[in-house]
Write a protein that binds this ligand. Structure first.
Ligand SMILES: [Zn+2]
Length: 499
């Protein structure tokens, strides 16, 4: 009986204690320390907490000017200044603004709890949770997820590297342009030391980068000096840094060119055909009966070239027109020097499984991930036999890759449209299975400054497809399908320019 009375008494005391405890805001430092309770009060329907008490518990209180009610305190190596009846406060001498004024109550200066969490996030404790699930906020100092920004000017573009210590995914980021002068890049869930990141530049395409901390994202407002031609970004798989590439040319368009001649520059008047492999060094895939990929690709290329010349009246340039070896890096160079407007690389597929069959058409992957390099491995393999292997290693490293692919990324949309057209024609005319449009890191697709695709016209490792590929009529049908796809593409593309 006595025990129950005691129990009830304890229970009653607990009930009484709850309202008192509710008027605190609790914080805990990381590393298992006990939570500490900061005095709070109800005001205008919200919970306000004492700044004086908070800094006493977690920072260091400096002077309190009782005449003006100014509170100076340090926290995490930074100096904070709050003023009674003022919505302005300072961190390290820099002014910030609150949506409400700081009030003077029983225990010094008070601020709404939610506002103070925002203040902490802005500077000393970027990772503080805005909604504590277990009754207290956790303070983990110094863990800004964005650490720095660096800029590199290149010949044909600018690389902005956003240093991070968190593995952001591409979906966390968003980039868009505001007219020709502004670029906005936001990272959801990111935090940064605002004072440290603000940068302005005296040279190059970027005039200024201003970071802005919004509710749940970090945004960079980038002011540009000139119009850029294109942009892309990716996450460096090694460092987790975010790399933004801006493509632009420093030379201004010559104003002497009239509008028509500018339009004519874009007409598809020269088409580059790249017959895969060639020469003794690079036979390509070899069929079970000894058929060589290089012979089939050259034959289909010639057939296609003839159709394009005779039916479309365009100039056709071959990266090779006989059985010779041409290094991969040289093929796009030939295309660019010829003023090509389309680049079509023709290959045959091969698989360890003799059952695999069908066509597939590729465009360059914007990312040099292991997977996209692996898909292209068979066609890139020839570089092992070339004298200049280093050239390629560099090309496929993540940072160089994005630089090398910048020119091609501008034509990605067109490349995709063309690749789709090719697969559609194959699907309807060849009576084989279309494996669709894909992306991969083909070296031969990196360099062309024009829409570029690589098409695999069938599996040389599959008996049925091989017997087809050996037939003149079937190779002619492949060439004709390619011609139809290119013809459709050319028509649509040029109609858009002329409008
Ligand atoms: Zn090949």
């Amino acid at each position: 009986m006595l025990n129950i009375k005691k129990y009830l008494l304890v229970l009653m005391l607990c009930c009484l204690a709850i309202p008192a405890f509710a008027q605190v805001v609790s914080f805990r430092l990381t590393g298992g320390a006990e939570a500490q309770h900061v005095f709070a009060s109800e005001l205008y329907g919200a919970k306000w907490m004492s700044l004086n008490h908070f800094f006493k518990l977690f920072g260091e209180i400096g002077e309190i000017d009782t005449r003006t009610w100014t509170l100076t305190a340090t926290l995490s190596g930074k100096e904070y200044k709050f003023y009674a009846n003022s919505a302005f406060y300072q961190i390290n001498g820099k002014w910030h603004h609150l949506p409400t004024t700081v009030e003077r109550l029983s225990y010094g200066l008070y601020i709404p709890e939610a506002e103070f969490i925002r203040v902490l996030k802005l500077d000393a404790f970027p990772d503080v949770l805005s909604d504590p699930s277990d009754g207290h906020y956790i303070l983990s100092p110094g863990a800004f997820s964005v650490t720095d920004i660096s800029i590199r000017e290149m010949k044909n573009g600018t690389i902005v590297r956003i240093g991070t210590n968190t593995a952001f995914r591409k979906e966390h980021c968003r980039v868009w342009q505001g007219g020709s002068q502004y670029l906005y890049f936001s990272i959801y869930g990111a935090t940064a030391d605002m004072n440290h990141l603000t940068r302005s530049y005296s040279e190059g395409v970027i005039r200024e980068i201003v970071p802005v901390m919004a509710k749940d994202m970090l945004q960079f407002n980038v002011k540009l000096r000139m119009k850029i031609d294109g942009m892309d970004y990716y996450i460096d798989p090694e460092t987790q840094d975010i790399i933004i590439s801006l493509r632009h040319s420093y030379q201004k368009e010559t104003t002497a060119l009239d509008e028509n001649s500018i339009k004519n520059r874009w007409l598809i008047d020269t088409i580059v055909i790249d017959p895969g492999h060639g020469g003794k060094k690079s036979p390509g895939a070899i069929g079970p009966d000894g058929t060589l990929e290089k012979d089939i690709t050259l034959d289909v290329s010639r057939r296609l070239g003839k159709l394009l010349e005779s039916k479309l009246g365009v100039k056709v340039v071959y990266t090779r027109d006989k059985d010779i070896f041409v290094p991969l890096w040289q093929r796009p160079k030939i295309a660019n020097e010829a003023g090509g407007k389309l680049f079509v690389s023709i290959h045959c597929n091969s698989s360890e499984s003799s059952r695999a069959y069908g066509t597939e058409t590729f465009l360059l992957s914007p990312k040099s991930t292991e997977q996209s390099i692996a898909i292209a491995a068979a066609e890139n393999k020839v570089i092992e036999l070339e004298d200049d292997k280093e050239r390629y290693e560099k090309m496929l490293s993540p940072e160089q890759y994005i630089l090398s692919t910048m020119a091609q990324s501008v034509y990605m949309k067109e490349s995709e449209v063309l690749a789709q057209a090719v697969e559609t024609k194959f699907g309807s005319r060849l009576g084989t299975h279309t494996r669709g449009v894909k992306q991969a890191s083909f070296i031969v697709l990196i360099g062309p400054a024009m829409p570029a695709i690589l098409t695999e016209i069938g599996f040389i490792s599959n008996w049925k497809e091989l017997s087809n590929l050996k037939k003149d009529s079937y190779r002619q049908e492949i060439a004709y399908s390619l011609y139809l796809a290119i013809s459709d593409f050319k028509e649509n593309y040029e109609r858009e320019i002329k409008e």
